[in-house]
Design a protein around this ligand. Sequence first.
Ligand code: AMP
Ligand code: MN
Ligand code: MN
Length: 333
Amino acid sequence: MSDLAEIILELQRCDTVLISVHKSPDGDALGSQLALMHALEKLGKSVTAHNLDPAPEIYRFLPGSARIKTGSPVAGRYDAFVVLDSEPSRTGLFDGRYPADTLIDIDHHITNALEWKLSWLDPDASATGEMVYKLIRGLGVAIDRNVALCLYTAIFTDTGSFRYSNTSPASMRISAELIEAGANPWLVTENVYESYAYRRLKLLGIVLAGMERSEDGRIAWAVVTSDLYQQTGTTAEDTENFVNFLRSVKGVEVAVLLRQTAEAQYKISMRSKGRVDLTGIARSFGGGGHKNAAGGVLYGALEEVKNRVIREVDKAIETQVGKVSVIGHGRYC
Ligand code: AMP
Ligand code: MN
Ligand code: MN
């Protein structure tokens, strides 16, 4: 039996379901979570959505987002616990003991360690939302406007608005169906990409002004310190996608954004243009992700952490792309 078929059977048997996603949830995590919540409720199940961190403001338009509980610990026991868009440990909610007998993990990160027996992993899915779409279909639930809006947001954000290399015929076809089912693309765009806090753009200006690159121009990086958050009245959620600006520089193979999360602790976000696989570096930091988008957390003083990442990225570029290093080289076939 396929993992999907087994998950469908398990969920059909359950009455109470807890759904969680990774720390610092993004559009794919939240859209997938809320879509599955609505679908399971249509089947008469009692569903609790609970994450460690609150939903960023730009995702609060998603139907049901106000119902997501946050913080730790999680109360109660459930028939099933479903983790979406990450491995269970990255929910940050439990220490290896979970409040359900049936444990289900649905994810598209190739680095997922498959902690649970019932882990459905599809690294070819553009977004977890694409997998949840198949699950909802398999459960025989009609896709209404709310579910469509949530799943469209999941796929739209994880494909970088259908621009990244994970954009596929399947992600386009499913998205077309979701629009037919009532998802309004502009509503999603306006909320997610056209409603930034003023302070966010001010912060972006400062971060880009501080951008640096390696001598050969193949690595670009920038840093957001706790002091800078304080000065500008911003938080980490105001920096989502900043790293993509760094990658957009001509000649850059890999971009790195370092965001301070504590005194000697930095969240590392890496983006590749496609010729360098970042999963190895992310794994070596105890993190994970995809080939072209990966991350993790590093501990130490800023200079030390920064040099370590740049050194690792430089090594990866040299082994995977070669030694040629010309700033501003041309386009690729
Ligand atoms: P970010 O740079 O935080 O947007 O993350 C890039 C990609 O790597 C996303 O798909 C994340 O889900 C994944 N990722 C980031 N941090 C981790 C981590 N600590 N463990 C596993 N995956 C991660
Ligand atoms: Mn995610
Ligand atoms: Mn995802």
